[in-house]
Design a protein around this ligand. Structure first.
Ligand SMILES: Cc1ncc(COP(=O)(O)O)c(C=O)c1O
Length: 375
C-alpha cells in the first residue's frame, strides 16, 4: 500500500493538513506574546496588527470593503448564535434553505420561531423562479447555507437575495469560504458567518461574521473591549460591539498563515466529478450530490442501499485507511430533505492537498468495499 496517499477525506468536519506555516505562526505568538488592542507597547501593537491584517484578508476573501464590519469569533456556531440571538424578530417567522445545519436550526428552535422552507429541487437546490411572493409575507429573516455539508450543493446566493429584495439574508458560509466565490457587498448580503478551520485551512477556535448594518443586531455577549472603558455599556462601534473579551489571538495568527499560504487544488475537478458520476451509476449505492454538476462543491455523500453507514465507514477505515464520517453530520433537516433521515450518510470531503491519485484510491476503496459486501 502506498503510504504517501492522503486518505483523510473528512475536511468538511475540519481540514487536515494545514499549511506548515499555520503552526509556525501560532508558535510565534506563543513565544512572543501580546494581547489585542489593550495598550500601546510594541508587543501588543504587533499582535494587534496581525489580527487587523487577518481581518483585512478576510474582507478581501469575502468581498467586504468596510472590514471593521467583520467581527472575529470562535467558530461559525458562535457567530450564527450571535446573529440570530441579536436579531429583532418582529413577526417571529423565518424562511430557511432545506439544507440547514443545526448551527442554524437549534438557535431558531430555541427562540420558538415559525420556520418555513424555500422552494427547492430534490437535491435541495433553491428554486428562485418558484418563490411565491406570498411566502415572503411577514418573514423577518431568510437564512441560507451557502454550501451543503451533506451533498455539497452550492446555492445561488446572489439570485436569492435579488428575489427576496429588502428582506435581510443571513448566509451560513461555513463550507464555502476558501472554496467557493463569495461577494458579500456585490450580492448585498446582510449577515454572513464563517469558520476558520474548514475551507480556510486555519486552526479550530477561529471564525467570525460580517454584518452590513451593525445597529440591526444587539450584542449578546458583553464585557471588556479595551475601548470606552468608562462606561458599563458596550461600545456601539465595530468590531468592538461584538468582540467582548480577548480574542483567540494565537488562533488568528494561524488563520493569517492559512490564508497567506493556502495552496491551489492539486486535484482536478474533472476527475472528481467523474468519480461522483461513476458511483451514482452503481446500483448498490445512493449518491447524494448536486443534480447539476455546476452546483457541486468538493463535498458529497454516499448511502449504501443496505443503509449501514457506520459499517461502511468502518470498513473504509479498517481495510483501506480512509478517514470519513458517517451519520447525520449535524444536519437532520438536510437528511429529511434528501430522504436519508434518520440513518444519514457516509460523507466524503476534499482538501486542496488531495491529488487525483488520492481520489482514484478513494474511488477504488469504495468500489472494493461494495464488492466485498462485508459492512
Ligand atoms: C454548514 C455548516 N454550518 C455550521 C457549521 C458549524 O461550524 P463550526 O464547527 O465552525 O461552528 C458547520 C460545521 O460542521 C457546517 O458544516
Amino acid at each position: 500500500m502506498n503510504t504517501h496517499l492522503n486518505k483523510y477525506f473528512d475536511n468538511a468536519c475540519t481540514s487536515f493538513p494545514k499549511p506548515t506555516e499555520v503552526a509556525e505562526y501560532m508558535v510565534n505568538h506563543l513565544k512572543e506574546g501580546g494581547s489585542y488592542g489593550r495598550a500601546a507597547y510594541t508587543r501588543i501593537i504587533n499582535s494587534t496588527r496581525v489580527v487587523e491584517e487577518t481581518r483585512d484578508l478576510i474582507g478581501e476573501l469575502i468581498g467586504v470593503k468596510k472590514v471593521s464590519n467583520i467581527a472575529f469569533d470562535y467558530n461559525a456556531t458562535s457567530a450564527i448564535n450571535k446573529i440570530i440571538n441579536g436579531f429583532n424578530f418582529k413577526h417571529k417567522k423565518v424562511l430557511v434553505s432545506p439544507l440547514e445545519h443545526n448551527a442554524v436550526m437549534r438557535p431558531l428552535y430555541a427562540l420558538g420561531l415559525g420556520i418555513q422552507t424555500l422552494p427547492h429541487d430534490n437535491d435541495g437546490f433553491i428554486r428562485v423562479d418558484e418563490l411565491d411572493p406570498s411566502l415572503l409575507r411577514n418573514i423577518d429573516l431568510v437564512i441560507v447555507n451557502h454550501v451543503s455539508n451533506v451533498n455539497g450543493v452550492i446555492q445561488p446566493i446572489a439570485s436569492i437575495k435579488e428575489a427576496i429584495k429588502d428582506l435581510p439574508l443571513l448566509v451560513d458560509a461555513s463550507q464555502s469560504i476558501g472554496k467557493v466565490n463569495f461577494l458579500a457587498n456585490e450580492w448585498n448580503i446582510d449577515y454572513a458567518a464563517f469558520t476558520g478551520h474548514k475551507g480556510l485551512l486555519g486552526p479550530t477556535g477561529t471564525g467570525g461574521f460580517y454584518v452590513k448594518e451593525p445597529c440591526s443586531l444587539t450584542w449578546t455577549v458583553s464585557g471588556g473591549t479595551g475601548s470606552n472603558s468608562d462606561s458599563f455599556q458596550m461600545p456601539t462601534f465595530m468590531p468592538d460591539r461584538f468582540q467582548a473579551g480577548t480574542p483567540n489571538i494565537t488562533g488568528i495568527y494561524g488563520l493569517l498563515a492559512a490564508i497567506k499560504y493556502k495552496p491551489d487544488n492539486s486535484w482536478g475537478r474533472k476527475v472528481f466529478l467523474s468519480v461522483i458520476k461513476d458511483l451514482s451509476e452503481n446500483e448498490k449505492l445512493k449518491v447524494l450530490c448536486a443534480n447539476n454538476p455546476k452546483n457541486q462543491s468538493d463535498v458529497f455523500s454516499l448511502h449504501p442501499k443496505n443503509g449501514d453507514v457506520s459499517g461502511f465507514t468502518h470498513s473504509l477505515f479498517t481495510k483501506f485507511g480512509i478517514e470519513v464520517r458517517s451519520g447525520l453530520h449535524c444536519s437532520p433537516l438536510a437528511h429529511k430533505t434528501l430522504n436519508t433521515f434518520p440513518t444519514g450518510t457516509v460523507r466524503i470531503s476534499l482538501s486542496p492537498y488531495h491529488t487525483n491519485k488520492d481520489i482514484r484510491y478513494l474511488h477504488e476503496s469504495i468500489l472494493n468495499t461494495i464488492e466485498m459486501g462485508s459492512y
